[in-house]
Design a protein around this ligand. Structure first.
Ligand code: GLU
Length: 478
């Protein structure tokens, strides 16, 4: 049975890279009729962040990548926090010691630092020279019994090669002479990633390990551990890292990487999943817009490309706009907008559905909707400098418009258009010369959708109140 897993470390913001892996984990498991699990790799206590886990899980749920087992829902492979599995790691570390595939190393942090500097001086990139191997077994046992702190290190083979059979890359060979005697169990009793990941993946029966290519060299160590413990290896898939349009590695400093940021912008989860899928996969018919279900149906590793996927925010926003315009039903869009607004204290108002209709072709995110339509639901809508200047220059003209609009019955787009055309003609102006100041006064902007429809949607009260303020010179002051 296929079992995939995503194994985030709770160290900070929920990362785009986690979603990218989780998406393919999810799709592959679903397609194969298998399971997808979440495990929390929290053994690095120095980088542990207590809120991070909840935020990561919430982001996965938001994306619709529902896992079958995990820390908050339990499952057959509980516990799902590595910090709760320490006893297991000790048990297997002992087994590796007995097998002679690992050894105890008693160096103190200061000694290790000295060794590192020595090696560095000799131009060697490794951090440890394997000197702990020389310690006679009896002495090692005696010092351990006496309670002296030690780390357990892998006894990496001195020669030969280790092959990682990556499903996407074929066999990747590592020269054993270049492998270090990596720490498996630290002197604080916590395992390193290498020991924990191998034991947990094996015990859970993970069949397919998908992760970023930054772990490819670690995979050599993992292959050695699987071999030492006589366990069957999972299928390895090291996915390429997401890149910026300039091909630099996507990082917090070089772009947005937090899933919460995308959510906060009003990117739709299905659009983000769709876009992340395009970062590796292409549909047989070249279609760029597809649902998770369609992806599950069509997915194949043969159509997965390794060439550095470029994460382009503009393209994502374009795709998100397409979801808003073409994929979501309008009632569903209203529901999403209302939900998004509610989290920020913005409530739907009587004309909300019509404003949604008006804006739908013009927005690419949910946030953009609320930001660009603030003049419909709040009095403290932003006023651009150009709009303020235009209002300041148009007092008499706005006064006449106000007088005309006060008479308007019914207060409809058609009636407003007729009245304003008539007024413009009487003033000997072009319609635009009248409408632009109105737009500035009523919306605080010089660009909006059609003004007559906006007038109808604002209604007589707001229109009059705002124009009165504009005429009185207090426009934009709340
Ligand atoms: N904890 C690792 C990470 O945060 C997981 C790597 C793996 O999937 O093996 O990326």
């Amino acid at each position: 049975m296929v079992l995939t897993r995503v194994a985030p470390s709770p160290t900070g913001d929920p990362h785009l890279g986690t979603a990218y892996m989780a998406l393919f984990d999810y799709v592959w498991a679903r397609q194969q009729g298998g399971r997808f699990m979440v495990r929390i790799e929290d053994t690095d206590r120095s980088r542990f962040n207590p809120q991070s886990e909840q935020r990561i899980l919430q982001s996965l749920r938001w994306l619709g990548l529902q896992y079958d087992e995990g820390p908050d829902i339990g499952g057959p492979n509980a516990p799902y926090h590595q910090s709760q599995r320490l006893e297991l790691y000790h048990r297997y570390a002992d087994q590796l010691l007995e097998l002679g595939c690992a050894y105890r190393a008693f160096e103190t942090p200061e000694e290790l630092e000295r060794i590192r500097r020595e090696l560095d001086g000799k131009g060697q990139r490794r951090g440890y020279d394997g000197r702990g191997r020389a310690l006679p077994q009896e002495e090692s046992d005696r010092r351990a019994r006496a309670g002296e702190p030690f780390a357990v290190r892998l006894r990496a083979p001195d020669s030969g090669i280790t092959v990682v059979r990556d499903q996407l890359r074929g066999p990747v060979r590592f020269d054993n002479a270049g492998l270090e005697d990596t720490i498996l169990l630290k002197s604080d009793g916590y395992p390193t990633y290498h020991l924990a990941v191998v034991i947990d993946d094996h015990l859970a029966g993970v069949s397919d390990v998908l992760r970023g290519e930054e772990w490819l060299s670690s995979a050599a160590i993992h292959v050695l551990l699987y071999g030492a413990l006589d366990w069957e290896q999972p299928n390895w898939y090291h996915l390429p890292l997401l890149r910026n349009p300039d091909h630099s590695k996507l990082s917090k400093r070089s772009g947005h990487t937090s899933l919460e940021w995308f959510r906060g912008q009003g990117v739709l989860p299905e659009a983000l999943c769709n876009y992340l899928a395009l970062m590796g996969f292409s549909m047989p018919d070249g279609r760029e817009l597809f649902s998770l279900e369609q992806l599950i149906e069509a997915f194949s590793w043969r159509r997965f490309s390794l060439s550095g996927p470029v994460f382009d925010l503009q393209k994502l926003l374009w795709l998100n706009g397409k979801y808003i315009r073409e994929v979501l039903e309008v009632t569903e869009l209203e529901r999403r907008l209302a939900g998004f607004g509610a989290e920020r204290g913005w409530q739907p108002y009587p004309t909300f559905a019509r404003v949604v209709e008006l804006m739908r072709p013009r927005i690419s995110t949910l946030l953009e909707f609320w930001e660009r339509t603030r003049y419909f639901y709040a009095e403290d809508y932003p006023v651009t400098e150009a709009a303020a200047a235009l209002v300041a220059d148009s007092g008499p003209l706005l006064e006449e418009a106000l007088a005309a609009l006060r008479q308007l019955r019914p207060f409809s787009a058609e009636a407003a258009e007729a009245a304003l055309r008539d007024l413009a003609q009487r003033q000997g102006r072009k319609l635009g010369q009248l409408v632009q100041p109105l737009r500035a006064a009523l919306c605080g902007a010089t660009e909006t959708p059609g003004m007559f429809e906006i007038l109808e949607l604002l209604g007589p009260e707001l229109t009059e109140r705002r124009l009165e303020r504009a005429v009185a010179g207090t426009h934009g002051l709340v």
